[in-house]
Design a protein around this ligand. Structure first.
Ligand SMILES: Cc1ncc(COP(=O)(O)O)c(C=O)c1O
Length: 375
């Protein structure tokens, strides 16, 4: 039993969440669940690809289920190094450093490079892990309106700090839109700033699988570094920073989320490595075709990434459409205020390129019907 003061506080917090409609609950998936999952981020269906699964299985037998220690102690295996080489090659970046998650990569990178002599300029829609990285740093942080290049340039021009960093995602996770990367890279170059691009939702989806930065030919750009997660298109687990070796050496020596964390598990590293070898341009193309077709059928803007965002008239309509989809055997996401940056409730449908054609067609028909009923 907790001390009374804690029990009272927890009960009050829970009551507040309930009152505001913000209570979150875990609903475990069962192993025999037949629901078509279009709410996950397994964009290419690689998390269940037989070769990815087999690679993870082999790695568990060869290396064990755990990395056993921090990467700096005994937690770096040859698999980690092979994965880093493959990720650098995939994205066209000079080198890669693997973390145990995308969250750890972002919260490990920013405080390691941003101190009191640094200004960080962050797009208003960046992921919580980048925001938390800023909070852990001692940098001065300016948040600019979403996608507003002029505001970024203005903040860069005003900054008196010696080092400047601009943060963005390549494809934003909730609205599914793309960042103006060429313009951001250009102004960063003019202001001697570093552009950090989180490719979580671009990797595997854009640039024939190598990401949006590569599609724009900005890979290897002196002012551009990347972070990525291995848990979305690559169907595994883990994260990475992709940057010149000197920066990665700095992280190995100073990044707390790298140093004080057990290395990525060998099965996850092996799964991600195998997934990088399966990323054919045809897979990214199938994803784009399915996405464009679904967006057209739902009458919404064609998204830049793999997430089709469907604005709904109200939170209730969004919930009702989501429930109809589920009743038809299709799980889609539903975002409502306050977790939508523009206040518009929406369904969030993630496209899956790995899914069988018939299953995909069935799912699309159910979603189309549910949206038509509630919009
Ligand atoms: C943009 C972005 N960055 C980072 C992350 C964190 O990645 P991970 O799930 O590997 O910790 C996510 C995950 O949702 C994300 O959407």
């Amino acid at each position: 039993m907790m001390p009374q003061v804690w029990a009272d506080w927890l009960a009050q917090q829970a009551a507040n969440r309930e009152r505001d409609g913000l209570t979150r609950r875990l609903s475990p998936r069962q192993v025999d669940d037949q629901t078509i999952d279009l709410a996950s981020n397994d964009y290419l269906g690689l998390s269940t690809h037989p070769e990815v699964v087999a690679a993870a299985e082999r790695a568990a037998h060869a290396w064990g289920t755990s990395a056993r220690a921090s990467r700096l102690v005994t937690g770096t295996t040859q698999l980690h190094i092979d994965l880093e080489v493959a990720l650098a090659q995939l994205t066209g970046q000079p080198a890669a450093l693997v973390f145990s998650s995308g969250y750890a990569a972002n919260t490990g990178l920013i405080p390691a490079v941003a101190d009191a002599e640094t200004t960080v300029i962050s797009d208003a829609h960046v992921h919580a892990s980048l925001i938390d990285g800023c909070r852990l740093s001692r940098a001065r942080v300016t948040v600019t309106p979403h996608g507003d290049v002029a505001a970024v340039e203005d903040a860069l021009a005003r900054a008196s700090e010696a080092r400047k960093i601009v943060l963005t995602e390549s494809i934003f996770s909730v609205l599914g839109d793309a960042a103006p990367l060429p313009q951001l890279a250009e102004i960063c170059q003019r202001h001697d700033a570093v552009l950090v691009v989180d490719e979580a939702h671009g990797l595997g989806v854009r640039g024939d699988g190598g990401g949006l930065v590569k599609e724009f030919g900005l890979n290897g750009h002196p002012n551009v570094i990347l972070t990525a997660t291995l848990s979305k298109s690559l169907g595994a687990q883990g994260g990475a920073v992709l940057a010149p070796a000197a920066l990665l050496d700095h992280l190995v020596n100073t990044s707390r989320a790298f140093i004080f964390d057990t290395g990525l598990t060998p099965p996850a590293a092996a799964a991600a490595l195998r997934a990088t070898q399966l990323l054919e341009p045809s897979l990214a193309r199938r994803l784009q075709e399915r996405r464009d077709d679904l967006a057209e059928r739902l009458g919404v803007t064609r998204p830049a990434g793999a997430v089709v965002s469907v604005p709904m008239p109200s939170p209730q309509d969004a919930l009702a459409a989501q429930a109809d989809c589920l009743a038809a055997g299709v799980k889609v996401g539903c975002f409502r205020p306050p977790s939508v940056p523009d206040g518009v409730s929406r369904l969030r449908v993630t496209v899956n390129a790995g899914m069988d054609d018939n299953v995909w067609a069935l799912a699309c028909t159910s979603i189309e019907k549910a949206v038509a009923t509630h919009r």
